[in-house]
Design a protein around this ligand. Sequence first.
Ligand code: NDP
Length: 246
Amino acid sequence: MLEGKVAIVTGGSRGIGRAISLRLAAMGALVYVNYVSRPDAADETRKLIEASGGKAAIIQFDVADGEQVQGAFKKILEDAGSIDILINNAGITRDGLMARMKDSDWDDVLTTNLKGAFLCAKAALKPMMKKKWGRIVNISSVVGFSGNAGQINYASAKAGLSGFTKSMAREVASRNITVNGVAPGYIVTEMTDAMSEDAQAKIKSEIPMASLGTPEDVAGAVAYLVSEDGRYVTGQTLHVNGGMYM
Ligand code: NDP
């Protein structure tokens, strides 16, 4: 379905980003797997894609650094000829109650999770506009909609992505570029694996479907939005959370 398309997945090396990278490659896209600090993980993702017959390359850049983003997107454009799909997935947390939160914890999370999406989308815009085709998906979070004590920086950044998604969608819709969000709830990751059984049971009790989601559940929502089936959907956020927030 995505034969001939070039995709960039920020933070594609691990977790949800890895599942998205694998899914887009399985759909036929050439996937640039971005990472910032762990080339080993990015290379593992590349190998997994290639082992199943897909096409991938890894690329290091910090989404929060405008110059690095510009340089990386320029290189991808030179090497691959186009940038058709951008998944703004890279994200960090610096949790803590507001009264004790350091200003730098606010800045780091807002800069990576929100400004990073802006910098990457801006860099992808020109080639997408030229081609009159593009798909941008911003990975948000349920807490950007519900709020969460101890995550004021993260929830603010994710809520900001919602306004970003709608505004950008309006600006570029006439160029056949869609901009959407996917907001995961609790997803099985290294972090949730490390939780006690009691903590996991408590989380499940808050989810109508009574189970955690998987990175593949999130990748499936992304796959729909970038596919031809999703061509008339823009400015939306698709919630993937087992019903915990409606
Ligand atoms: P992980 O912590 O497993 O992976 C984060 C990825 O982002 C890594 O690939 C990491 O690269 C990359 N990254 C971090 N900072 C930067 C940066 N400055 N520039 C480029 N890449 C960077 O994250 P998850 O898979 O858990 O989460 C992925 C997305 O999903 C995030 O946006 C997160 O907020 C969102 N989300 C996750 C949920 C969950 O339950 N896990 C729930 C809701 C939303 P490297 O390996 O090099 O460090």
